[in-house]
Design a protein around this ligand. Structure first.
Ligand code: GLU
Ligand code: ZN
Length: 328
């Protein structure tokens, strides 16, 4: 007999980084990720992405959980409720990233890179990818993994040696995407100089280990998806499907940030905004509802269709939308 969780059950995840409070932009992405899975009776995993240690703020993981609960979202496995894929906090999964890195070393897919940021930036004509910093100019690419032993005390990162081949995938929101990672993005770090794993490696290990079949996230991570496809390929793992939702931007056209005022969910909540008001606004902004009328997230499930989600960014101005006092 087939297990009731058949192979076709979609598995998604909500993956907040506890680096600061969740804001309206995060909420929109979580809502879509949740709806996409819930509308197909799939399973959701909550994972706390806390490996970016210098930026992690104490209490922010619990804050993210509270924010998500307030929005009316839920999950089937997570740090607060447990589940088969535990642990759900990245700093508790470090061993699995180490093992994966060791595998890349054995297979000569990575090399030790001693370059500092300045070395890379000052390398002749290092071209920049928008918002992504310079393309790594290959200064250390002639090293092999075993050369790490000869570096003595010199600090180094582990850099993934990209392949010279185009990757193509069909993004379920952004449409067909193609890039040659080596030319467009360059070799990238999978193990940082301080010995901790980089986001690219951790996220691929986790999504694979947790059986995630669908990644829906903000389209600022579209370039990273190509890097992650390289890693899936190197490990021989099947990648999930990807959907990259347009971001929320401020009236100046830039990605929603502190400069646009306080759009933290905790603040909206304290100021008396009801979750249903925000969900109504977000659903309307995604093209899922004709008006901004308040609605609960669960009431959107039955009619949800990812194909209907708009590909335009949403311009948000907190003062105009919610009549709040004391805005920063
Ligand atoms: N933790 C990341 C963030 O909050 C999301 C990473 C991902 O979805 O792959 O931006
Ligand atoms: Zn280097």
């Amino acid at each position: 007999m087939l297990n009731h969780l058949s192979f076709n059950t979609p598995v998604g995840r909500l993956a907040p980084s506890p680096t600061g409070a969740q804001h309206v932009g995060n909420a929109r992405t979580y809502l879509l990720a949740w709806l996409s899975i819930r509308s197909r009776s799939g399973r959701l995993i909550l994972r706390i992405e806390d490996i970016d240690s210098p930026r992690v703020k104490a209490g922010a993981a619990q804050q993210a959980i509270d924010d998500l609960r307030w929005l009316g979202l839920d999950w089937d496995e997570g740090p607060d409720i447990g589940g088969a894929n535990a642990p759900f906090v990245q700093t508790e999964r470090i061993d699995s990233y180490r093992e994966a890195l060791a595998r890349l070393q054995r297979d000569e897919r990575v090399y030790p890179c001693t370059c500092t940021r300045t070395d890379i930036e000052s390398a002749a004509s290092a071209p920049h990818v928008e918002h992504e910093g310079p393309i790594y100019p290959g200064i250390c690419a002639n090293r092999s993994a075993s050369d790490a032993a000869k570096l003595g005390d010199q600090p180094f990162a582990w850099r993934f040696r990209t392949t010279d081949q185009p990757y193509r995938f069909n993004d379920r929101v952004a449409g067909s995407q193609e890039a040659n990672v080596r030319h467009a993005l360059g070799d990238f770090v999978v193990g940082k100089m301080d010995g901790s794993p980089a986001y690219q490696l951790a996220v691929v290990c986790d999504d694979h280990a947790m059986g995630v079949t669908e990644v829906l996230r903000g389209n600022d991570l579209l370039p990273s998806t190509f890097r992650q496809l390289e890693l899936y390929n190197a490990f021989g793992w099947t990648p999930p499907t990807f959907a990259h939702a347009p971001l929320v931007i401020g009236p100046d056209g830039r990605r929603l940030a502190k400069r646009h005022g306080d759009t933290r969910l905790a603040t909206l909540r304290q100021q008396g905004v009801a979750a249903q008001e925000l969900i109504g606004l977000l659903a309307w902004s995604c093209g899922l509802r004709p008006t901004r009328e308040p609605i609960a997230a669960r009431e959107l499930v039955a009619e949800f269709d990812l194909c209907r989600v708009t590909r335009e960014p949403f311009v948000f101005s907190v003062g105009q939308v919610f009549n709040l006092s004391g805005q920063a």
